[in-house]
Design a protein around this ligand. Structure first.
Ligand code: ACO
Length: 307
């Protein structure tokens, strides 16, 4: 059995913070931020939390999938910004949506988190342990950002995205994941602290490893780059996405982006983008899509899905 995506959902907080707003708080400007990152605005949680955003995105995905919450066997939430250490976000979402039969847990793999959660869900489905899985990436990164640090505060935003996977006889599941704990100091957040980052090291790591892992994933499957309809990358930086496209020799049109609106929402970025494309009618059954994530750990990976 393989999990097929039946529903997607997302939630973006309504409060918008522009680059001009940030220029009033730290020494920066709209031109620098747009040029170096592609980011124009980000949305910040005010009354929302990681749990409430996760719940809302989940409700939208459940509705689209046309299932009852009681049918969900597993809820997996990827986050680095949970409301509380205990209970986990997944159990809180279970309570809110009424998925009374689900097993629930959170997973932390930073910006690769959604990809790892997707792979974990597929592993349970292919092992025929669970049939219907709700996967969510939800982040209130504004709560762990140092708003005085111009190196990081310009990059991040809040939001959540969710998908419903249902077991089917046929489909593709081919994960490619890697981690390098030896370079963990490049991106850290201590308990009660804020995100600290070596931006250049993360940049170099991403533009090198992401194309390599996509190439290796496709080679293993004997699928050419030309056969891929979309490459949905973690939305960290426009220059990273452009560089990956260039290194792969693939037209940038196949790399949809929404980071200009939302900034880097860590594990929420891939499911938010999936949901936007889905609701715009851009994803058609049978399309081949590569998902790729990268981030703290260091961690990175890619997965091929057939829509
Ligand atoms: N506004 C104006 N100037 C700034 C700002 C700012 N917001 N931030 C830094 N600068 C200055 C620096 O101090 C530096 O000045 P100097 O030359 O006088 O020392 C100059 O701009 C250039 O700084 P660089 O760090 O070299 O800028 P770079 O082109 O590398 O861009 C950036 C920085 C945007 C952070 C880039 O390195 C990047 O995007 N890296 C990847 C970050 C990322 O994606 N992190 C998340 C990973 S995913 C996850 O798991 C969370």
């Amino acid at each position: 059995m393989i999990g097929k995506i039946y529903g997607t959902g997302s939630y973006i907080p309504s409060k918008v913070v522009t680059n001009h707003d940030l220029a009033k708080v730290v020494e920066t400007n709209d031109e620098w931020i747009r040029e170096r990152t592609g980011i124009g605005t980000r949305h910040i949680a005010e009354r929302e939390s990681t749990v409430s955003m996760a719940t809302e995105s989940a409700k939208r995905a459940i509705e689209m999938a046309g299932i009852q919450p009681e049918e969900i066997d597993l809820i997996l939430v990827s986050t680095i910004s949970p409301n509380t250490i205990l209970p986990c976000v997944a159990c809180e979402v279970q309570k809110e949506v009424g998925a009374v039969h689900a097993t629930c847990f959170d997973l932390n793999a930073a910006c690769t988190g959604f990809l790892y959660a997707y792979n974990t869900a597929q592993a349970y489905i292919t092992a025929e342990i669970y049939k219907t899985v709700l996967i969510i990436g939800s982040e209130a990164l504004s709560s762990i950002v140092d708003w005085k640090d111009r190196n990081t505060c310009i990059l991040f935003g809040d939001g959540a995205g969710a998908v419903i996977l249902k077991a089917e006889e046929k489909g593709i599941f081919c994960p490619y994941t890697r981690s390098d704990g030896g370079k963990g100091q490049a991106l850290t957040c201590l308990p009660g602290g804020t995100i600290q980052m070596n931006g250049q090291l993360i940049f170099r790591f991403a533009v090198k490893q992401v194309p390599l892992c996509i190439q290796e994933l496709l080679q293993e499957q004997n699928i050419s780059l030309k056969e891929i309809d979309y490459f949905i990358l973690h939305q960290a930086n426009k220059r990273i996405v452009e560089s990956v496209a260039k290194r792969l020799g693939v037209t940038i049109e196949k790399f949809p982006m929404n980071l200009q609106k939302y900034g880097n929402t860590s594990s929420a970025s891939i499911p938010i983008l999936l949901d936007e494309l889905n609701r715009q009618g851009q994803l058609k059954r049978g399309m081949k899509i590569v998902l790729a994530g990268f981030g703290a750990g260091l961690s990175w990976g890619a997965s091929l899905i057939e829509w």
